[in-house]
Design a protein around this ligand. Structure first.
Ligand SMILES: NC(=O)c1ccc[n+]([C@@H]2O[C@H](COP(=O)([O-])OP(=O)(O)OC[C@H]3O[C@@H](n4cnc5c(N)ncnc54)[C@H](O)[C@@H]3O)[C@@H](O)[C@H]2O)c1
Ligand SMILES: [Fe+2]
Length: 356
């Protein structure tokens, strides 16, 4: 679990004070900042980047999240930092789920040898990383609390799941999510909604994940079903939903939408939030109530869910997607039980991919 959590509007202003006790001699803090906040490109009048409390040799690295994080990108950033500074005091990720994951992975790769691709899997990371803090600017993925960092590698899309992966500190400041465009906010918010449905309907469920999952689901319903306009309270609620949804899956697992959308993402580069929506839209058979409510939220929030995205793909492309998806064993087992391979055959999965 994350050791230290700060929540509140304006809590970003505590960053300097929070980092002070983790500074090691003159080793710098490195801020991996989502490129959305590049000076001049964000919608913000007073550039957010100027609010980052730089000291000494601290450095801001703007990270390109056009594509979701790749192992090669993580390795490149870690290598550059090692070459430039030898060692650093900490890595601070600021941005959406992609920036969160990059920060977690780079922190680990500052202290573990080889490539991040060597650690894609469960409990393969052997040493703690450097100090790491996460400051989300989009709400939904739960990456701020999870014990994984999802990476696309040379042969698979799979996280570095380990006890060393969670952040040491997170700062949850809902003000930072206020500029997110409605579509992006919905897709990332639905990631959280889908985490809840998959966790609450999974075979791994226990009281821990149920307690968090129910709360997160209730908050998602408040912002996307009950309320008629987006306001500060909505940003507050979705940020807490993301946190609780992440806590819920920390002790259970996600399910079919995630397993299938990982295949899409690997082959077609479909992004996590929208990919989950594309798949979840077609999962009535498995999550009838959740899918019914999801369709209502799509309509109410006037969002378009892309259709026919797998039309015209080759057999080879379908096979790759099926292989990536079938590799997510814990997700399938959570969704369908230990006999999942008898239920979700390759033919059935192919038919599902053809529906998307
Ligand atoms: N580690 C985990 O547990 C976990 C869980 C779920 C998803 N993920 C990962 O999270 C990523 C998806 O994250 P996401 O949905 O947050 O999107 P994202 O981080 O990929 O960002 C999407 C877009 O929004 C922009 N953006 C970020 N903050 C913004 C803001 N405040 N205003 C406007 N634009 C902003 C980004 O620049 C980017 O263009 C995927 O890489 C996925 O694999 C990780
Ligand atoms: Fe997710």
């Amino acid at each position: 679990m994350v050791s230290y959590v700060v929540f509140g509007r304006g809590s970003f202003n505590q960053l300097d004070e929070i980092l002070a006790s983790y500074r090691r001699q003159d080793a710098p803090m490195i801020f991996l900042v989502d490129h959305f906040f590049s000076p001049g490109s964000g919608g913000d009048e007073s550039p957010f980047i100027n609010r980052i409390p730089l000291r000494g040799r601290d450095k801001v690295v703007l990270v390109d999240v056009t594509y979701e994080p790749k192992t090669s990108y993580v390795d490149k950033i870690a290598e550059q930092l090692k070459n430039e500074f030898g060692t650093v005091s900490g890595i601070i990720g600021i941005g959406g789920g992609s920036a969160m994951d990059l920060a977690k992975a780079v922190s680990l790769m500052m202290n573990n040898p080889g490539s991040s691709a060597d650690y894609q899997g469960w409990d393969l990371v052997k040493k703690p990383g450097v100090y790491k803090a996460g400051i989300p600017t989009l709400s939904g993925t739960g990456a701020e609390v999870s014990r994984t960092t999802v990476l696309t590698g040379p042969t698979k899309k799979l996280g570095m799941n380990s006890d060393f992966t969670p952040f040491d500190q997170i700062i949850l400041d809902p003000e930072l999510t206020a500029n997110a465009p409605a579509n992006q906010r919905f897709y990332t918010g639905m990631d959280c909604y889908i985490h809840c449905i998959e966790s609450l309907n999974g075979t791994y469920l226990n009281e821990f994940s149920k307690s968090y999952g129910e709360k997160a689901l209730q908050l998602c319903q408040k912002v996307f079903v009950e309320k008629n306009k987006w306001d500060d309270e909505s940003d507050d609620q979705l940020m807490m939903a993301s946190y609780a949804g992440g806590m819920s899956i920390a002790y259970s697992q996600v399910g079919i939408a995630h397993a299938v959308s990982y295949g899409l993402s690997y082959s077609l580069g479909t992004k996590h939030g929208i990919g989950n929506c594309i798949v979840f839209d077609k999962l009535q058979e498995y999550y009838p109530e959740g899918v019914h409510e999801f369709k209502m939220m799509v309509e109410k929030n006037k969002i378009e869910i892309p259709q026919h995205i797998t039309k015209g793909l080759t057999n080879e492309q379908f096979d790759t997607m099926i292989n990536v998806s079938m590799g997510m064993k814990p997700l399938w087992e959570n969704a369908l039980g230990t006999d999942w391979e008898k239920i979700m055959t390759r033919d059935k999965l192919r038919a599902l991919y053809e529906l998307l």
